[in-house]
Design a protein around this ligand. Structure first.
Ligand SMILES: Cc1ncc(COP(=O)(O)O)c(C=O)c1O
Length: 353
């Protein structure tokens, strides 16, 4: 037997690594990033700010200024505390690590795959409850499963990835009230959605919100935040590795994330583009496009694998869910710059003749 087989935990051996396809020279519409860079005119001052960063020292351990910057950017009330992560993925991991080995976390299906993967990494069980045929929460089944399984954490992406819709608000409130576990509302796409649970966090000790700067133009910074009541943040903070937000990320966040009006304007452009692309795609009778409150659209086609290949040959990268049981023949396309969206749409128009 090989060393690795004797040494490694079986669950890790059996996991498929998170796959990131190569995107060199591609129009990248697969990962819900923003297509916009920070404004060029800011670059000289930004470079100067980075040049002053004391890279010989460890970063500010609590990244206090970054917390303030995010508070102003996202209008986070003072009663709530913030925990910063190296992307919100790290915060999902922290919450899973807080569970006992063998506890269960619950997610709806289909949703963000990292909830399940991270559960496995951290020796926690994952239980998925299927969404209904409109990708809404099946409230009765979900409540039954919560009562039966008593999950320690319930992850709800709002809006949901990859379906793009926001779940019924009352259904989520019922879940929060019925659950003894921590309910995590993942608002990674908050900038593209009219609605948020931010002003409800103070009302529920078992509610926490996740956000990230990855979808608003700063995926490269790796910066996510948990917004919750003080007790939750204080305890989870014990699991955070020291200095998890590096000096360059802190300096960049404090410089670039202060450009609130620019960030909001970029989000407005993407929302307009999403609505335009949605209307155009609706005109193609052989495909179905789902309404979205995020910066991507889910599209059901006759043969997602074939369309994916054809798009790839034209250097357009999207995400295909050809064989996923709840997403058979679906592709997910990130809303890009106007010219990128036109190229994507023109491809589909000629593909479906
Ligand atoms: C719902 C949801 N949460 C979290 C993330 C990951 O965010 P981050 O880049 O901050 O780790 C994603 C990324 O696609 C996502 O879709």
């Amino acid at each position: 037997m090989k060393f690795i087989d004797t040494w490694l935990r079986k669950e890790i051996h059996d996991i498929q690594a998170y796959h990131v396809p190569s995107s060199i020279n591609m129009i990248k519409l697969d990962a819900m990033e923003s297509p916009f860079l920070a404004p060029r005119e800011l670059m000289p001052a930004y470079i100067e700010c980075l040049s002053e960063a004391a890279l010989n020292r460890y970063p500010d351990a609590n990244a206090k200024e970054v917390q303030q910057t995010l508070r102003s950017l996202m209008d986070i009330p003072d009663e709530l505390d913030i925990l910063l992560g190296n992307g919100s993925d790290e915060l999902i991991q922290l919450m899973s690590l807080a569970c006992e080995t063998g506890d269960t976390v619950l997610g709806v299906e289909p949703s963000f795959v990292m909830y399940e993967m991270i559960a496995k990494f951290t020796r926690v069980n994952y239980h998925g409850v299927l969404l209904d045929e409109n990708y809404q929460i099946n409230l009765n089944t979900t409540i039954d499963e919560i009562n039966r399984i008593k999950p320690k954490i319930i992850f709800i992406a709002y809006p949901n990835n990859p379906t793009g819709n926001s779940f019924n608000r009352e259904a989520i409130r019922t879940i929060i009230k019925e659950s003894d576990g921590l309910v995590v509302i993942d608002e990674a796409y908050y900038a593209y959605c009219k609605d948020s649970f931010l002003d409800e966090v103070v009302n529920y000790p078992n509610l926490a919100l996740l956000r990230t700067v990855s979808k608003i133009g700063f995926a490269g910074l790796r910066l996510g935040l948990l917004i919750a009541n003080k007790d939750t943040v204080r305890e989870l903070d014990k699991l955070r590795l020291p200095y998890n937000i590096n000096t360059l990320t802190q300096a960049s966040a404090n410089f670039l994330l202060k450009e609130k009006s620019h960030i909001l304007e970029n989000a407005r452009v993407i929302i307009n583009e999403r609505e335009r692309l949605f209307k155009e795609l609706m005109k193609i009778s052989s495909i179905a496009v789902y309404p979205s409150e995020a910066n991507f659209l889910l599209i059901k086609v006759d043969d997602a694998a074939a369309l994916f290949t054809s798009l790839k040959e034209s250097r357009i990268l999207v995400k295909s869910f050809a064989k996923h049981p709840q997403l058979i023949n679906c592709i997910r396309v990130t809303v890009g710059k106007p010219e990128e969206n036109i190229q994507f749409f023109d491809h589909l128009k000629s593909y479906y003749g």
